[in-house]
Design a protein around this ligand. Sequence first.
Ligand code: HEC
Ligand code: HEC
Length: 420
Amino acid sequence: MLRISKVIVASCILLAAVAVTATAAQLSQKELLGKMIYKDKNLSLNSNQACSSCHTGSVGWTGPNSDVNASGAVYEGSIPGSFGDRKPPSAAYATQSPLFSVQTQAGAQLFVGGNFWDGRATGWKLGNPAADQAQGPFLNPKEQALPNAAAVVSKVCSSTYGDLFVAVWGSTACDGSDIALAYDKIGLSIAAYEASQEVNQFSSKFDADKGRKCLTNQETHGAALFMGKAKCHLCHVGSGKMPLFTDFTFDNLGIPKNPENPATIADPTFVDPGLGGFLRNLAANDDWRKLTYVTNVSALESKQLEQLAVANEGKHKVPTLRNVDKRPDASFVKGYGHNGYFKSLERIVHFYNTRDVLPVCAATDLPLTDEYAQANNCWPAAENPNNINMQEVGNLGLSSAEEAALVAFMKTLTDGYKPK
Ligand code: HEC
Ligand code: HEC
């Protein structure tokens, strides 16, 4: 028996070593170009912000500032004082999201896919949600804040990697003949990088484990809970060959308002509408009918979309859990949920377990932060009270050892695992 277990341990190390070497794989020319664009701070109004400023590899491709994560969790744009209203999700594993579309399941319409918390980067334009998404931040006044596509194209063409841009996409990319097309190529280049092996490493302890028993007893226990009693797997799908720990659907978990969100500070009545807000815009704006990418959403009438907006109010896209614990050091804080309300994995797991068990926090003048809720053993009311999922989350009956095991399991999803 002992002999066999030694062999198993050895093969775990071997596989992990293969995974780590694979991550050092060379980028293609297009992926390299995308990386240059992704990291170029010059592509912002004040030359102070790149995509990587809010999506950094060392923190799991999300926000790299521990103090920001520990409070409002929303990042300042290129223009000082300008803020969005959500936490940056991971830019890794996002390219694998399908085009935003609707399916009918058990007589109800179920939305799937796209990028952003509310799915509004549909992929209908460039055939890839991440490429559609990548065209947004440069021109978003609350992010990189450049005036128009021509300004972005001009900066790319005159950059140190301008030649690479032409080498990859041809001379028309920089001759000014078709700015819209050149801007599309910028989006596609970034999406190529985001889809590369450097970004989507699949090199976690979980990946190394596959049938080789690398996980500790506690992590294995956590995996079993994740797939079973704790029901996480129903949305963060963890089975299959290279699972992404999301099914790209949308749900309202009833997460509390983050009182430190700049949007809430500016307007205490702010409520994030999530997918409902996007569907309302879609219904109001007939342009979506003209899109070349025909999806089954375009078969829906505006009136029906308005009803679906109500039914999807408050829902956010299920995020990947890969790299959910990746951080530069143990003291670095990450915020969890679309508004970064929860300040640790322990806390969000406790919420899943006890949302419907602990009392609602009593009225007070203090901000109802995660820290406050923890100290007072209560949960604040949901930010958005509509369509809260009452079936799968809220009262899981987990012991504190089971909560800890779930956290331990999620920590095995960090890329760059090196066996000791
Ligand atoms: C100021 C911070 C900031 C900058 C700069 C920024 N992002 Fe984001 N990013 C965010 C936030 C916040 C969201 C979520 C917004 C939402 O859902 O409405 C997001 C969402 C995303 C997503 C969606 C992931 C998913 O799973 O749906 C991707 C991919 C992404 N950003 C890539 C990029 C790229 C590429 C750039 C540069 C062109 C960029 N970001 C620049 C903050 C930023
Ligand atoms: C019904 C679907 C569903 C189930 C079941 C579910 N989740 Fe989630 N999870 C989501 C959605 C949707 C979000 C984002 C919600 C939001 O921000 O408003 C999320 C967010 C998270 C986040 C935050 C990730 C981030 O990057 O901010 C973690 C961690 C997480 N879930 C872990 C778990 C664990 C552990 C379980 C099992 C105890 C679980 N989830 C069960 C749908 C689900």
